[in-house]
Design a protein around this ligand. Structure first.
Ligand SMILES: C[S@@+](CC[C@H](N)C(=O)[O-])C[C@H]1O[C@@H](n2cnc3c(N)ncnc32)[C@H](O)[C@@H]1O
Length: 214
């Protein structure tokens, strides 16, 4: 990501981008109560959180959320909303490129849920298992390539090819996968790849590798 891209996102948010998109991802809303998480205040990381519609949704339900984005303008909006409601959201300014460094110091396996909603970066998906605690979840949603005119990014660079999200998240046990058209609450039709996966719990051998083990 170049400085120009950062400025582009800041300018978009300054112009009021996504101001009306306050509803959470329907995929997250559908799955949040099905997640088996221990403790009264589980931790989530919302990656490329934007103005934080999903982070706010989770925090209102008792989650502690680390919310990561490159746009200080978007994070400022989220920080103000979280403060107004006294919600436990920590905003982290971070360039997620390159994916190999994206989660250093923030995605270190302590989260019960990683959220990646409408941000397309397949190397980052491949790096996500280390951000999630064993038994924790990944909920991911990306714009899908299609020839049908739908809302969302015009460039195929910001859309996933059919099957690509599923392959990139192969380290997670697949709980749900869908590719197709979805009507957003604002009335726009989008083409999406959606995935819910669970990081496999560590086996005894993982925790205590024997002689010759890793
Ligand atoms: C389409 S918005 C999605 C926001 C949010 N996940 C949602 O569903 O409302 C994509 C977000 O990715 C962020 N972004 C773009 N490139 C980034 C990068 N290199 N590092 C971190 N965030 C980035 C933008 O600032 C923007 O907030």
């Amino acid at each position: 990501m170049s400085q120009t891209d950062r400025e582009k996102w800041d300018a978009r948010y300054r112009d009021g981008a996504y101001g009306a998109r306050v509803h959470p991802s329907a995929l997250l809303a559908d799955w949040v109560d099905r997640l088996e998480v221990a403790g009264a205040a589980p931790r989530a990381i919302d990656i490329a959180c934007g103005a934080g519609r999903n982070a706010l949704f989770l925090a209102r339900r008792g989650w502690h959320v680390d919310a990561v984005d490159i746009s200080l303008v978007a994070l400022g909006r989220l920080r103000a909303a979280a403060k107004a409601e006294d919600l436990p959201i920590i905003c982290v300014e971070r360039d997620l490129e390159p994916a190999s460094d994206a989660l250093n110091g923030i995605g270190d396996g302590k989260h019960s849920l990683a959220l990646l909603i409408r941000y397309t970066d397949m190397p980052l998906v491949e790096a996500l298992p280390r951000a999630v605690a064993p038994g924790g979840y990944l909920i991911a949603e990306m714009h899908l390539r299609t020839d049908v005119p739908v809302a969302g990014p015009r460039s195929p660079r910001f859309r996933v090819a059919p099957g690509a999200l599923r392959r990139a998240a192969a380290a997670f046990e697949l709980l749900y996968y869908h590719e197709g058209f979805v009507d957003d609450p604002d009335g726009r039709t989008v083409a999406l790849a959606q995935l819910v996966g669970r990081r496999r719990a560590l086996s005894v051998n993982d925790a205590h590798p024997g002689p010759g083990g890793p």
